[in-house]
Design a protein around this ligand. Structure first.
Ligand SMILES: Nc1ncnc2c1ncn2[C@@H]1O[C@H](COP(=O)(O)OP(=O)(O)OP(=O)(O)O)[C@@H](O)[C@H]1O
Length: 249
């Protein structure tokens, strides 16, 4: 069964149409990759799924059988959608440790698990700093991942978790994503899912069940296929070749 169904979703921001009739699905337990050139609409799609205010939206977003198109971001978060942003805002006066504690209380996340994840990500030294203030690019990614884990999401939206991350950290980020999605535990009864926006696809080598990627060009989903095959094709022929793809959506 599909956990997420996006049906003919169009998004306008300040009169400009950024996404046009986008349709795609994410199955239970599946990690779907989103590929596409800069400015093609990948982040806008994730923001629209999360319910960012200020977007003029038409079409439908169905999450676990519920039409969430008109819901606020906090209602969607309560239903189990979590977002790791590409460029998160810094929050003055908000200590990371306090925010993690608050989120774990709201979402019922196990504190020991979060402690272990922060050790794995090697970001314990950041816990007493203000959120994202002066953090390096890689530190921001790792902290966002910890915050995502604290939300204990059924559907995780990850915007470029592999950009700005050093080579040694990449497998660790992949491992934590697997933990969040539950892919490291084959006995997990509740199947969790994720959408990962990535340019180079490096992170896909470290996560399980990432068998499908969609390509977004100029605000439209053009084709889908095996992530490794698509990335190889894009490297060889460029995105425009996707228009000739037989796996047209
Ligand atoms: N709030 C906004 N106001 C005006 N234009 C916007 C806004 N949000 C997004 N856009 C525009 O929409 C287009 C798509 O942006 P988006 O961030 O979704 O692209 P992307 O595919 O994630 O790009 P990248 O790979 O560079 O991160 C861009 O041209 C961007 O400038």
């Amino acid at each position: 069964m599909a956990m997420l169904k996006v049906e003919e979703l169009s998004v306008k921001v300040r009169e400009r149409e950024i996404l046009r009739e986008v349709s795609f699905e994410v199955g239970e337990g599946e990690i779907v990759a989103l590929l596409g050139p800069n400015g093609s609409g990948k982040s806008t799609l994730l923001h629209a799924i999360m319910g960012r205010p200020g977007y003029e939206v038409s079409g439908r977003i169905i999450f676990n059988g519920i039409d969430i198109t008109g819901m606020s971001a906090s209602e969607r978060a309560k239903l189990g959608i979590g977002f790791m942003m590409q460029i998160p805002p810094a929050l003055k006066g908000v200590r990371l440790r306090d925010l993690i504690k608050r989120l774990s209380k709201i979402y019922g996340t196990d504190q020991d698990t979060l402690r272990r994840i922060s050790e794995e990500l090697r970001i314990e030294r950041l816990l007493d700093r203000e959120l994202h203030r002066g953090f390096s690019g890689g530190e921001m990614k790792k902290v966002e991942l910890l915050l995502l884990a604290a939300q204990n999401p059924k559907l995780a939206l990850l915007d470029e978790p592999d950009s700005g991350v050093d080579l040694e950290s990449l497998p660790i980020i992949g491992k934590v994503i697997n933990e969040i999605v539950g892919a490291s535990d084959s006995r997990a009864r509740e199947k969790r899912s994720a959408i990962i926006v990535t340019h180079m696809g490096k992170i896909l080598k470290h996560v399980r069940n990432a068998n499908r990627a969609y390509i977004i060009l100029n605000g439209e989903v053009k084709c889908f296929g095996n992530p490794a095959d698509l990335i190889e094709d894009i490297e060889k022929y460029g995105f425009s070749e996707c228009l000739r793809c037989v796996r047209v959506v």
